[in-house]
Design a protein around this ligand. Structure first.
Ligand SMILES: Nc1ncnc2c1ncn2[C@@H]1O[C@H](COP(=O)(O)OP(=O)(O)OP(=O)(O)O)[C@@H](O)[C@H]1O
Length: 288
């Protein structure tokens, strides 16, 4: 489905990957191969090492041992094969950037030079990325004046502008309302379908993306499981990972997890609720 020659070599490869800070092992023995166009959700409670895994793939954090490769090459910073949607920080009104400038920053990290032809190509790439996320009407506005959903679409355009082979997304739905959660996940999904871009998507809430997910990497306190949502999101597997009784219920196509014992964020990891709480609805204020 890719627009250029299909390349079926893995986009992401972790082999025997271990990450530790002092005595604290976040994960070890991690083998993960992600193919073009694959959508992998990375789940787990606070502090499990989800963001750190993305930082490893961005070349910002070295593995303690093992190897990490992107498109067959060792990870490094400034890799144009990688698009990154960082955890959302709200951009305050004083930031003197327009939407278009924010998107352009996605190119400037990749050494485009300043020749006129390059500048034209740069502008064309920025406009194409803005069009991909449907942000044409507000790309000229100061970003501080835009809504959270609009800002998030522009961040995704920034991640797409370098035409990446893998998108690393760190909780891109955080603090978005349901309509915008849907919109943003559909944008990311369309990109991977149209361009065979692989997606690694860190989230505390699997339900908004459940229909898109090919595989789940679930990290808990040094343990992990990798598999399809049907393989991983079960009472048995989560009870093993959390080392306590966890129940996974399916309700109207949504997963509800009971009993992880984590704070509300982690309970939301699969749209869950604490024992004794009412049925969980996926309001965005779960993450507030
Ligand atoms: N450079 C560092 N030195 C020491 N400890 C670190 C470093 N970077 C991260 N950590 C620790 O590693 C743990 C994992 O952090 P990380 O941000 O990867 O977790 P996470 O699963 O993304 O959590 P959250 O869901 O809260 O975002 C945290 O306890 C953090 O404090």
């Amino acid at each position: 489905m890719t627009s250029s020659t299909p390349d079926h070599s893995p986009v992401v490869e972790l082999r025997g990957a271990r990450l530790a800070f002092g005595d604290r092992v976040l994960w070890e023995g991690l083998d993960l191969t992600v193919q073009p166009g694959e959508f992998v959700a990375i789940l787990g409670p606070n502090g499990a090492g989800k963001s750190s895994l993305l930082k490893v793939l961005l070349g910002q954090l070295p593995l303690t041992s093992g190897t990490a490769r992107i498109a067959g090459q060792p990870v490094r910073t400034g890799n144009s094969h990688v698009g990154y949607v960082p955890q959302q920080k709200s951009l305050d009104e004083g930031v003197p950037l327009r939407g278009r400038d924010l998107v352009g920053l996605g190119i400037d990290g990749h050494r485009w030079g300043i020749g006129l032809r390059t500048r034209r190509r740069r502008l064309a790439a920025v406009e194409a990325a803005i069009a991909q996320v449907g942000a044409e009407s507000y790309a000229g506005a100061p970003i501080g004046t835009l809504s959270g959903g609009e800002q998030q679409r522009l961040r995704i355009a920034q991640a797409l502008v370098g035409d990446p082979r893998v998108l690393l997304c760190d909780e891109p739905l955080l603090s978005l309302d349901l309509a915008n959660q849907h919109l943003v996940s559909q944008l990311i999904d369309r990109r991977r379908r149209d361009h065979d871009t692989a997606v690694l998507f860190v989230t505390h809430e699997i339900n908004p993306i459940l229909p898109l997910v090919d595989r789940v990497l679930y990290l808990v306190d040094g343990q992990f499981r990798i598999g399809t949502p049907a393989e991983v999101m079960t009472s048995e597997v989560l009870s093993e990972l959390y080392r306590t009784d966890v129940e996974v219920l399916e309700m109207r196509g949504r997963l509800v997890v009971v009993g992880t014992g984590d704070a509300i964020d982690a309970l939301g990891s699969a749209g869950g609720l604490r024992p004794g709480e009412g049925v969980h609805h996926d309001h965005h204020e779960d993450h507030a």
